[in-house]
Design a protein around this ligand. Sequence first.
Ligand SMILES: Cc1cc2nc3c(=O)[nH]c(=O)nc-3n(C[C@H](O)[C@H](O)[C@H](O)COP(=O)(O)OP(=O)(O)OC[C@H]3O[C@@H](n4cnc5c(N)ncnc54)[C@H](O)[C@@H]3O)c2cc1C
Length: 404
Amino acid sequence: MQVAPIPALDPDINDVRLATANVVNRYVIPNEERLAYSHPDRPRLAEEVRDAVKKAGLWAPHLPREYGGMGIGFMKHAYMNEILAWSPYSNALFGVVAPDSGNQTILIKYGTDEQKKRWLEPLIRGEIRSCFSMTEPDAPGSNPYAIQTRARRDGDEWVINGRKWFTSGARGAAFAIVMCRTEEADGAGGTREKMTQIIVPTDTPGFNIVRTVPVWGHDSNHCEIVYDNVRVPLTNQLGRTGTGHQAAQDRLGAGRVFHCMNCVGQMWRAFDLMVRRSIDREVHGGRLETKQFIQGFIADSYIDIQAARLMTIHTAEVIDRGGDSRTDISAIKIFVPAALERVVDRAIQIHGAMGVSGDTPLAGMYTGARTLRIADGPDEVHRIVIAKNVLKRYHDGMSWDFGV
Ligand SMILES: Cc1cc2nc3c(=O)[nH]c(=O)nc-3n(C[C@H](O)[C@H](O)[C@H](O)COP(=O)(O)OP(=O)(O)OC[C@H]3O[C@@H](n4cnc5c(N)ncnc54)[C@H](O)[C@@H]3O)c2cc1C
């Protein structure tokens, strides 16, 4: 990957971006085959790369310094992500593993000292793993107020009953952060104040993983879990009772910019593979690069990447200056994964059979892009948000200003 400093950017951001590119170029991309999780060299090699990452001061960009992270703040992290995403292996090697990274951020913000000691610190040290359990098979995940899993107070304990699925990483996790209804729909408080996030150790009686849900035809660690009279102390709740939604929003808002910068990095890699392949591959009557169909793929992908990248950076800038970013966040959440899907689709087509093989990262990028259009709020829900915000301004006697 070739990255030069961006002239208009803060020098600190350029430094982080270039240092990240150095490590990814030198240690990650050339070793992708041996970094595959099934390869015997993986454990030793991953350790070496992690050491190099730590030496370069690039470990855990999402964590504050006092927790051993980079403490770099939002913009630097966003720009770092477009570089990290060049390889599907980078994130774990740089100390950012979902859903642990999101849970760490939530525990830092909402956790008590005791919760931090018991859950956050071993999670950061990599001694345990965690999961986030919100979506349910019998309620629409796209409606955050529809959750049915109920936590009832009994003395000094919460008693949790319900069924969740797509709890990523649950098998092998030490604890789940579980989104629970702590007040019925017609109970006290507004719609938003009826949910609470509760920490449930996975060895608690009644925490039953009933299956791992296959995804894209493959085994996965996205689990279906029955919570059957699971009892945990009241002190396991995160934040005040009824703040579950706010905590979930914290997880998603800025996180969507990180996901989108991640998509941009993947598109960039796919583009690079596409162009190189078009130069190298001889087909009937000449190299791929000489065919207008293929030139069209390259040009359309260039346009998709530029549009996706600039839109994401604009959104990051609005968030960074404390502006109202809700419409832009929804816009990138729709546009960027769809652009990624288009770019990767073209890259796969140019590679022929190799494109759907495991010999390039393209197949993984493709299913990932398609999945992203559902996870983290499906496209339709974000379209509704955009239209609602735009129409509200017009109803309030204003029009939309694209300049802010
Ligand atoms: C690989 C993967 C990993 C995941 N990991 C986790 C995890 O770790 N923890 C967790 O809690 N969840 C996780 N999820 C779940 C994810 O967050 C949900 O799938 C998502 O929120 C959508 O919810 P749903 O699947 O219930 O779809 P539904 O809410 O049933 O929506 C289905 C479809 O209906 C349409 N739709 C919805 N609302 C509207 C509307 N108002 N107007 C028009 N159309 C609409 C959309 O097309 C949508 O795709 C994961 C999902 C996947 C695929």
